[in-house]
Design a binder for this molecule. Structure first.
Ligand SMILES: [Zn+2]
Ligand SMILES: [Zn+2]
Length: 150
């Protein structure tokens, strides 16, 4: 059996060609997609698929624990294949989203906080990514060099 097919069946997701197409596109993207960008990808194989169908598929995948919905951007959600629990960093300069793995403290792994049972949590970090930091550091060095030579 094809791997994508098996993954869906293992999660008790009823297999339809569009669901299979959506799953394959998510795997291919290897990153964080909005419903709109996933829609654009799936449309190549299924021109009739609507954005509403894509939303329904993503909701189903999220419910079944196949994808993780990321709300790091207040304007729109991103979706990510859930291989393992991880957190996200959003760069305010280039707007890219990065995966972040951090060691979890006891509060987070204990399954309970202030008497509440924790079923899920996600960490969102905001700032300037390593590429943008390097770019601005390099620009700083160039500026200093120009000052020295002029
Ligand atoms: Zn950046
Ligand atoms: Zn991720």
């Amino acid at each position: 059996m094809e791997k994508a097919l098996r993954v869906l069946k293992d999660r008790h997701i009823k297999v339809t060609p569009q669901r299979l197409g959506a799953y394959r596109a998510l795997v291919r993207a290897r990153g964080h997609l909005t419903a709109e960008s996933l829609h654009d990808m799936v449309k190549k194989d299924f021109p009739a698929v609507s954005l509403g169908t894509i939303y329904a598929i993503l909701e189903n995948f999220t419910e079944k624990g196949l994808v993780q919905e990321i709300r790091i951007d207040f304007q729109k959600s991103y979706f990510d294949i859930l291989r393992h629990r991880h957190h996200h960093f959003r760069c305010r300069k280039c707007r890219r989203i990065f995966d972040v793995d951090i060691p979890l403290c006891e509060t987070l792994t204990g399954g309970e906080v202030d008497g509440h049972a924790v079923e899920e949590f996600q960490g969102y970090f905001y700032g300037v990514c390593r590429d943008c930091r390097k770019a601005s550091r390099d620009a700083g060095i160039r500026k200093a060099e120009r000052r020295r030579t002029s």
